[in-house]
Ligand binder design. Structure first.
Ligand SMILES: Nc1ncnc2c1ncn2[C@@H]1O[C@H](COP(=O)(O)OP(=O)(O)OP(=O)(O)O)[C@@H](O)[C@H]1O
Length: 293
C-alpha cells in the first residue's frame, strides 16, 4: 500500500501497567516518507516507547499509530527495527545471523548491503555474536535491519556504542540508503550536534509528550535567538522559550509573533541550541503541526 505518510500518531498514549505512569501521552504527529527524522529528548522521555509502538512490539493504551499507511503489524515486513539493547541470537555466528536475515526476508534481502556493513567493521563472519563487543553487535544489528531493504527504519540510539569512525561510516551508509532508496529513517539519539547534518525532521519528546515536531528548517526558522536591553516587558506578545538577564542585557530564545524592533540583536539558533533551550525549559510552549494549526 502506498501512503503519503510514513508514520502517523494520533492521540497516541502508552501506560505500562494499569496504575503505572504514562510513558507517552497525547502524542500526535505526521512524518512524510523519505525523511530522516531525529527523535530526541531526555532519559525516560518516551523515545524508546514511541519506537516500540511504531515497530508493533507493544500496543497503545490509547490512540493510534499507523505505519506506511497501515497497522504496525501489517507493515512489519517493510520495517527494519534496531532496539536499544540490539537483541541478537548470541549462539549464532555473524554469517548464520545474516543467513537468518535472508531466510526471514525472502525476495527482499540485500546480501551485498548486509555484508558490506559487517565487512566495514573488519568482523570475522565466523565469530559468534556472544563474542562481539557492544559496538560490533550494533554493526550486525544494523546489517540485519538494512539488509531487509526496509521502507522504514526505526533505530533506537543506533550510534550510542560506536566509535567515532564507525559512527561516521555507518551514518554515511544510512544517509546513502535514504538518498538512493527513499528509505524513511527514524532515529533516536542524545547527540544532537551529530544529527544536525543528517536529519531533516525532528521529534522532540519530553515528559511523554511531543514538544517539537516538524521539518528542522521550519522549526529553526520559527525561532530566533535575541539579545537586547533587559526590559521584562520587551518580549511581550512573543512566545519566549527561555530568557536570561545578565546585568542590563536580556538574551532569549523566542518564537516571534511579529518583526522585532531594530534595537534587538537577532541570530538564527542551531538545532542544538533549539533542542537544549526546550529541554532546559520543560514548561515552554511546544511547536507541532497541531499547535501551529
Ligand atoms: N516495560 C516497561 N515497564 C514499565 N515502565 C516502562 C517500561 N518501558 C519504559 N517504561 C517507562 O516509560 C518511560 C519512558 O521510557 P522510554 O524507555 O520510552 O524512555 P527513553 O526516552 O527511551 O529514555 P532513554 O533516553 O533513557 O533511553 C520511563 O518512565 C520508563 O521508566
Amino acid at each position: 500500500m502506498s501512503s503519503d505518510t510514513a508514520l502517523r500518531a494520533e492521540a497516541l498514549g502508552k501506560r505500562f501497567g494499569r496504575r503505572g505512569a504514562w510513558a507517552l501521552r497525547d502524542c500526535s504527529f505526521r512524518l512524510p516518507p523519505g525523511r530522516v527524522c531525529a527523535v530526541v529528548g531526555p532519559n525516560g522521555a518516551g523515545k524508546s516507547t514511541l519506537l516500540a509502538l511504531a515497530a508493533g512490539l507493544t500496543a497503545p493504551t490509547e490512540g493510534t499509530v499507523s505505519v506506511l499507511g497501515t497497522t504496525p503489524a501489517a507493515a512489519r515486513p517493510r520495517v527494519g527495527y534496531v532496539a536499544q539493547d540490539k537483541p541478537l541470537y548470541p549462539q549464532l555466528t555473524i554469517a548464520e545471523t545474516l543467513r537468518m536475515g535472508a531466510d526471514l526476508n525472502p525476495g527482499h534481502w540485500d546480501t551485498a548491503v548486509a555484508e558490506r556493513i559487517v565487512q566495514g567493521g573488519d568482523l570475522d563472519p565466523e565469530a559468534r555474536v556472544r563474542s562481539l563487543s557492544g559496538g560490533q553487535r550494533t554493526r550486525v544489528a544494523l546489517a540485519l535491519a538494512l539488509g531487509k531493504r526496509p521502507a522504514l527504519l526505526l533505530l533506537d540510539e543506533p550510534m550510542a556504542d560506536l566509535d567515532p569512525l564507525a559512527r561516521h561510516e555507518l551514518m554515511g551508509t544510512l544517509m546513502a540508503e535514504a538518498a538512493q532508496y527513499g528509505t524513511t529513517i527514524v532515529m533516536s539519539s542524545h547527540v544532537v550536534a551529530e544529527l544536525e547534518d543528517s536529519c531533516d525532521h525532528l521529534l522532540l519528546v519530553g515528559g511523554g509528550r511531543i514538544r517539537l515536531a516538524g521539518e528542522i528548517d521550519e522549526l529553526l526558522a520559527a525561532h530566533l535567538r535575541v539579545t537586547g536591553a533587559a526590559d521584562t516587558t520587551a518580549l511581550g506578545g512573543h512566545t519566549v522559550v527561555e530568557s536570561r538577564v545578565t546585568g542590563r542585557q536580556l538574551t532569549a530564545l523566542i518564537r516571534p509573533a511579529a518583526p522585532l524592533p531594530g534595537d534587538w540583536h537577532t541570530s538564527a539558533p542551531s538545532l542544538e541550541d533549539l533542542v537544549l533551550a526546550h529541554l532546559r525549559n520543560p514548561a515552554a510552549p511546544g511547536l507541532t503541526e497541531e499547535s501551529a494549526a
